[in-house]
Design a protein. Structure first.
Ligand code: AMP
Ligand code: GLY
Length: 424
């Protein structure tokens, strides 16, 4: 099979790395890709939302399957674009259709879905500019901290957690009236604050059946001890030590099964990954959010632990035979530590030469915001630059190996968290 992966992060490098191991795989293309994917696949400089250009790539390279990494093209309907085009409809697309991608594209839609299907989540109400005053009143009924969420996609920045009531009211007005997050905040979800520890659960579905992948936990804040600004993710581990059989069983029966059944009942066409952002409150799992793709950097620890051929699983989505598959998981733990540009997640410099990657032998460097420059050096091209993944008998051992590998890598301004796993 010839495969096209859409995206350019550590997640997409990991997908390419995993698929490259499949005997079913002939050629891999990545659009646009990075310096990591360039070493195992053919990068093509095309934007992830340029569907016509993607069509040209698919036809000229005889692509059989398109794997969509990021949410944007899914929310914009790339799967529907393929199905409705006579030249493309034979191609498998991994990722939900537009109607189902709304689970990530609209927080209000996701909350309605959960309440319709009795899926445990924070209590909420949604507001627009016409009921701002009701929004203020609703805030007054809640205990701090206050959680305000822009309804639409806001590049991971649309959630505000505020401790002061007046500040929460001012931010609500800024979102609804002053379009703080542009189009994304024309609607705002206000919800109850949930106090607990978060984890990421990835479920693969063919729309009929499902398979749960190994659990992961990611570290979103820039600073040690989970302090400072939110980032795309600074590191991850898998498995998650506090997920025992009892808790896993709750996740499956109370959340995963109702989610898959809900998709069926609501006729939301879904062949791809459901990423359920969970929080453990007491001994109860609750949904913080749905995403319609794999997480990054969780992918960098989840796929390395998956022994099953990913292309075999993906092929079963089109045939709707996923239910008959078994998933084999590596007993070892995996950890990844993200190397980021100095200054990230605020402004940062790019084009810094990265040295030492070739000296890493006990870990796998998954490239994220990194590219080859005109002198064939690997240079930084984004905030999150390289994720260093390692295996270990325990997650502690895996983290230790990643830190040893990191000591061999350098670029100007390089930063990373030295405490991944600190809270477990
Ligand atoms: P989201 O974009 O919905 O994942 O929200 C971003 C982050 O905000 C989450 O990873 C949580 O850390 C936090 N968050 C979102 N909703 C809540 C909530 N109801 N209670 C506590 N924290 C939340
Ligand atoms: N690591 C969280 C995400 O991919 O959204």
């Amino acid at each position: 099979m010839n495969i096209l992966i859409i995206g350019s992060g550590g997640r997409e490098h990991t997908l390419a790395w995993k698929i490259d191991q499949s005997p079913l795989c002939n050629q891999i293309f990545v659009a646009p890709g990075n310096s990591g994917t360039a070493q195992i696949a053919t990068n093509i400089a095309v934007k992830v939302n340029d569907f016509e250009a993607i069509k040209t790539i698919v036809i000229s390279n005889d692509i059989n399957m398109v794997i969509v990494g990021p949410e944007d093209p899914l929310v914009n309907g790339i799967h529907d674009f393929f199905i409705s085009d006579n030249d493309l409809k034979h191609v498998s697309v991994i990722g939900p259709q537009k109607a189902a991608a709304k689970l990530e594209g609209s927080k209000a839609f996701a909350k309605q879905f959960m309440s319709r299907h009795d899926i445990p989540t924070a209590k909420y109400k949604s507001f627009d500019v016409n009921n701002l005053d009701e929004g203020y009143l609703f805030l007054e009924t809640l205990m701090p901290p206050y959680v305000l969420k822009a309804d639409g996609l806001a590049a991971g920045k649309g959630v505000l957690i505020l401790h002061d009531l007046n500040e929460a009211k001012a931010e609500l007005k800024a979102m609804l009236v002053d379009a703080k997050f542009g189009q994304a905040s024309t609607k705002v979800v206000i919800e109850e604050f949930l106090d607990g520890i978060e984890l990421s659960c990835f479920v693969l579905t063919d729309g009929k059946s499902y398979k749960i992948l190994p659990m992961a936990k990611d570290y979103k804040r820039i600073g040690e001890g989970d302090t400072g600004l939110n980032t795309g993710g600074m590191g991850a581990i898998s498995p998650v030590p506090f997920v025992d059989n009892d808790f896993l069983n709750k996740i499956e029966t109370q959340i995963v099964i109702p989610t898959i059944n809900g998709l069926k009942k609501d006729k939301l066409p879904y062949k791809g990954f459901v990423f359920i952002g969970l929080i453990k409150v007491g001994d109860q799992p609750k949904v913080i959010e749905y995403n319609v793709r794999l997480g990054d950097p969780e992918t960098e620890v989840v796929l390395p632990r998956l022994k099953t051929d990913l292309l075999v699983l993906f092929n079963s989505l089109r045939l709707e035979t996923l239910g008959g598959m078994t998933i084999e998981v590596d007993d070892r733990a995996a950890a990844t530590v993200m190397l980021v540009s100095g200054g990230y997640p605020e402004s940062y410099q790019k084009e810094k030469v990265i040295t030492g990657l070739d000296n890493v032998v006990n870990s796998i460097p998954f490239h994220a915001g990194a590219k080859f420059d005109s002198n064939n050096n690997i240079v930084s091209s984004g905030g999150r630059v390289v994720a260093i993944t390692s295996y270990g008998k325990s997650y502690q051992k895996a983290i230790e190996k990643s830190y040893q590998s990191i000591s061999k890598i350098q670029f100007e301004g390089m930063n990373y968290r030295k405490d991944i796993g600190f809270d477990l």
